[in-house]
Design a protein around this ligand. Structure first.
Ligand SMILES: Nc1ncnc2c1ncn2[C@@H]1O[C@H](COP(=O)(O)OP(=O)(O)OP(=O)(O)O)[C@@H](O)[C@H]1O
Ligand SMILES: [Mg+2]
Length: 370
């Protein structure tokens, strides 16, 4: 009977060894002091030590002191709580490779409920961690790509403005009209788009840490500043701009001023482009109306043009990235506008047709003075 018992026990232990060795995860069993009692081949390979030499040793013999200290602390804790525990560790293997592991620990008790030790199964999560890092890296690249595309998109307008100034100077020179006053005008008028380009650059550079950029301002000011940039082109093309708001009212908001300006600029530019196209066909008066309104909690900006509706079959797509119907368009302007308004400013941007007009509506939270 005794002999049979030992035979069965040995068979059982042998089976367990084979089973444990067959598992790819490193597994060990420690006593309450923290000394290894048993382990599998996976753990032996991890520590680069044969199983027999591992028995009786502790984590301090194989891992950095800080990792072993942490292990000891966790073991002590779970031997009190008796609850399973999961932890993540990383260490450099003998071949110099950095690997990450998840440790799943459980407390072993005998039939009298006395704690006898801890079992730990290690799972190699290095690939998963690396994939996560790659994803983070990729999303940073996407963000950077968007930032560069935004800068390029927003520089287009001031560059057109600036080149017009430069050409004007050439004309003055060729007609012998250059004088001190003209030069000083040239410098001050050129500085407006240059200043704007520089602000745009800083602004998008700070896109990643936008909390530093919020400011309190009146929408009336932001809108009038936009016309410092596009005003001249609108003037050249004889487009009528109506600014419709109650002069007594304040339209205070607390947000990213320059980014909001970028959005309005994009919408005004789209209207301007459409009006210029329309001029080629027929003679009509292009009008862009910018209306400011407010209700209890929101400031509402409406940008309206009278140069023909957006086809209902595409109206749902105009905010999609790279959707364009213009020959030289990138389709980036309204996508950028929606991203800024909805993701950064937490407002809303909508579009609708109204008779022959297109109305873009932006709703943003307002500051209420008591
Ligand atoms: N005011 C508008 N009236 C009619 N259609 C518009 C208006 N604004 C935008 N659209 C439509 O939405 C599309 C997308 O506009 P968006 O500003 O994103 O790109 P784009 O103007 O074509 O190119 P980009 O802004 O890069 O120069 C336009 O091509 C046009 O078809
Ligand atoms: Mg556009």
């Amino acid at each position: 009977m005794n002999k049979k018992y030992y035979y069965d026990l040995e068979k059982k232990l042998n089976f367990e060894d084979v089973l444990l060795d067959a598992l790819p995860n490193p597994i060990y069993y420690k006593d309450v002091k923290g000394d290894f009692i048993r382990c599998n081949r996976g753990f032996s390979e991890l520590t680069n030590t044969c199983k027999k030499e591992i028995i009786g040793k502790s984590a301090y013999d194989f891992f950095p002191k800080s990792a072993a200290d942490r292990n000891k602390l966790i073991d002590k804790q779970i031997m009190k709580t008796l609850k399973p525990y999961e932890d993540e560790v990383h260490f450099i293997r003998k071949n110099g490779e950095l690997r990450y592991y998840k440790l799943s620990k459980a407390v072993c008790q005998n039939t009298d409920c006395v704690v006898e030790g801890i079992v730990c199964i290690m799972t190699d999560i290095t690939e998963r961690i690396k994939e996560k890092e790659i994803l983070i890296q990729q999303s940073k690249f996407v963000e950077m790509g968007e930032m560069i595309a935004s800068i390029a998109h927003q520089w287009n307008e001031p560059l057109v403005e600036l080149s017009a100034q430069v050409q004007k100077m050439e004309l003055y020179y060729s007609t012998n009209q250059i004088n001190k006053k003209k030069i000083s005008n040239f410098v001050s008028e050129s500085m407006v788009p240059i200043q704007y380009m520089s602000e745009t650059l800083n602004d998008f550079r700070n896109f990643l840490k936008p909390s530093t950029l919020k400011e309190e301002f009146d929408l009336k000011n932001a809108i009038s500043e936009i016309f410092d940039i596009v005003g001249k082109q609108i003037f050249y093309f004889n487009i009528n701009v109506i600014f419709d708001y109650n002069k007594e009212e304040e339209f205070l908001t607390f947000t990213y001023k320059n980014q909001l300006k970028q959005v309005i600029l994009n919408i005004v530019n789209n209207a301007k482009n459409k009006i210029i196209e329309r001029y080629k066909e027929i003679n009509f008066d292009g009008i862009i109306t910018i209306r400011l309104k407010s209700n209890k909690n929101l400031n509402i900006i409406e940008i309206i043009d009278n140069a023909g509706v957006i086809d209902e079959s595409i109206i749902d797509q105009i905010f999609d990235p790279f959707f364009t119907t213009r020959e030289n368009g990138t389709g980036y302007g309204l996508y950028m506008a929606k991203t800024i308004i909805e993701d950064k400013i937490h407002g809303k941007i909508l579009v609708k047709n109204d008779n022959d007009n297109v109305i873009f509506t932006i709703k943003i939270p307002k500051i209420i003075r008591s």
